[in-house]
Write a protein that binds this ligand. Structure first.
Ligand SMILES: C[S@@+](CC[C@H](N)C(=O)[O-])C[C@H]1O[C@@H](n2cnc3c(N)ncnc32)[C@H](O)[C@@H]1O
Length: 193
């Protein structure tokens, strides 16, 4: 990762910390990915040679920056869904500042509908970082769209275990390897056979 990407990541993460500290309502916070979780996602994306990468929950694009930098390394592309157009406009500026705009297709749409519209097995890595309680309602698409050997990652497995439990139960039913990596707020990871 080059210095220009790291500088943008620091800038957005610092702005998010200031913004979130002033918000009483959780939904008004940007809730960006923790740096160690971002680095884990960046490494995992490259370790599985993910080229077709999908994210649900762009917000201001911190995780998108990590994924886009990994996509540049693998020769891949990120599709990122978030119905919050203002947030995606900010993310677009950050991606451009980092020189990564060409690696991301920002879609101001609901991610559940977005993943339902993808073809069977077309995704190498799916990252879920939206409203956790919605994930089970998206079934079977989060698993259906993964290729064999593809991985699903969901944030907040340790910070909100009760909200992640229904997703984890579905993954344990449908996929082979499922575990939680204790970085950031806890990354639930699952691999499709
Ligand atoms: C925790 S933040 C995402 C943080 C982001 N991944 C980052 O690291 O900067 C959650 C985001 O999910 C978005 N969101 C909520 N429901 C969604 C849905 N159904 N589809 C896509 N995005 C959704 C919200 O608008 C919010 O911006």
């Amino acid at each position: 990762m080059d210095d220009s990407v790291l500088a943008v990541l620091h800038r957005v993460s610092d702005a998010a910390a200031r913004h979130d500290a002033a918000q009483a309502d959780r939904l008004d916070r940007w809730r960006v990915l923790e740096p160690d979780a971002g680095r884990f996602l960046w490494f995992l994306t490259q370790a599985v040679d993910a080229r077709r990468i999908v994210e649900i929950g762009t917000s201001r694009g911190v995780s998108t920056l990590w994924l886009a930098d990994a996509a540049r390394a693998t020769g891949g592309q990120v599709i990122s869904f978030d119905p919050d157009r203002a947030a995606q406009d900010d993310a677009a500026t950050s991606l451009a500042d980092a020189g990564l705009a060409g690696y991301v297709d920002l879609r101001p749409e609901d991610g559940g509908a977005g993943v339902a519209g993808l073809a069977d097995g077309e995704v190498d890595l799916l990252f879920l970082d939206a409203e956790r309680t919605e994930y089970p309602s998206w079934w079977p698409h989060p698993v259906r769209v993964l290729r064999a050997g593809g991985v699903l990652v969901a944030d907040n497995a340790l910070s909100h275990p009760d909200e992640i439990a229904p997703l984890e139960a579905l993954l344990r039913r449908d996929l082979t390897a499922v575990t939680t990596i204790p970085v950031g707020k806890g990354e639930l990871v699952a691999r499709r056979l």
